[in-house]
Design a protein around this ligand. Sequence first.
Ligand code: CAA
Length: 420
Amino acid sequence: MHERTSPSNTIGIDAIAVATPRAYLDLVDLAAARGVPSDKYTKGLGAIRMAIADRDEDPVTLATDAAARMFARGRIDTARIGYAAVGTETAIDHSKPVASYVHGLLGLPQSCRVFDAKHACFGGTAALMGALEWIASGAARGRTALVVCTDIARYELGSPGEPTQGAGAVAMLVSERPRLLELEVGRTGTFARDVHDFWRPLDRRDALVDGHFSVSCYLDAVAGAFGEWRDEDARRGGDPLVRTAYHVPYVKMAKKADRHRAMVSEGLDEAAAEARFAREVAPSLAFAAEVGNVYTGSLYMALAALLHAEAGVLEGSRVGLFSYGSGCGAEFFAGRVAAGAGAFARSLALDEPLRDRVRLGFDAYEAIRRADGDAPPRVSADASADVASDRSTFLGIDTAERRVYLRASPASTRLAVAAA
Ligand code: CAA
């Protein structure tokens, strides 16, 4: 028996979809080029491939593609959306939010709260918590919320962070009576501390990071947020978590996190911690190993992978979620997989964007990365182009410094050009 999260209904994640850039770099190719044993990346970090965004892919195109895919696959009535928030730490403008572009390209209702949320990798969770509380408070008046996490993870070429790059977006629809995951509103554990573990100064595209310190900050945050969540859960009474999805900057980090929680917070021994990781966390890591870090989206990429792999067997079971944002802030929360989630998750084909990607050679990867700092192409505000895919495209900047996008349809026809 689980408690209701609103006077009359459950609230949570009704639908989910992911988007990734069309190309990836194999970590074996990166290791060869950098003169590093490939096992360091594949076994030491747990990374197989990392998604690489080209110049016509950015946080807006990734977010739009994830949301468009979710609307189509999840049969979503977009006219009911009254909240559209984007979590991102890949800023494209000091003022205009990514969410406004996404709102425009997707043709969402004008009666809508539209904004970006920033707190490093925690921004998507901040947007999600706002959506849950907006619905639980009654302010939504029956409407639904779109939350999209979208990021491009970039570190300096040749730096220790380089093999932990990645890119992508995760879109979620938050609603009453969700078809996937009923979340427990108001039962979270939080943790915050002012640290410089990872940061992205305004004049740089690449992140700066104190790598090993960032790992210890993440582990402190697991202990703090999980500890508060567990105390509250014990007070209210709840059945055990059978799976936990973590923020995944690289796959090994999720293992370190669960081990820390098991051994430091819960008193398990090494063998029990290892067995729990294999059973309760590993099923959520398949997409992260293929895509790399998606900053705000990485926890929700893990949730998508978990639902893709196990939603059917998990129906009625309780899962934990841990969100970490450098700087730092963290939250541990939980939810229950909805009845019918298995069949619905199958119909969402959550792994589809990870198939049919292009493998970049190392030189092509470096060329894309070295062009990161170049000025975008100049285009006219009414630019149009033939797009031979179902992806959105960043076309360039017009004479008034406005970003110009084209949203493609699956039939490759031009649907919209948005100039801010
Ligand atoms: N075969 C197998 N394993 C090997 C190996 C080999 N030949 N060589 C090394 N390894 C193992 C190491 O033993 C180590 O494993 P453990 O962590 O279990 O000890 C692992 O590979 C990594 O090796 P190093 O620690 O030597 O690697 P490094 O110092 O070069 O860099 C890193 C590791 C600090 C995580 C770096 O990749 C980095 O800075 N990444 C970006 C920061 C990051 O992701 N931080 C995570 C917490 S912060 C956060 O979560 C927010 C966010 O999204 C960024």
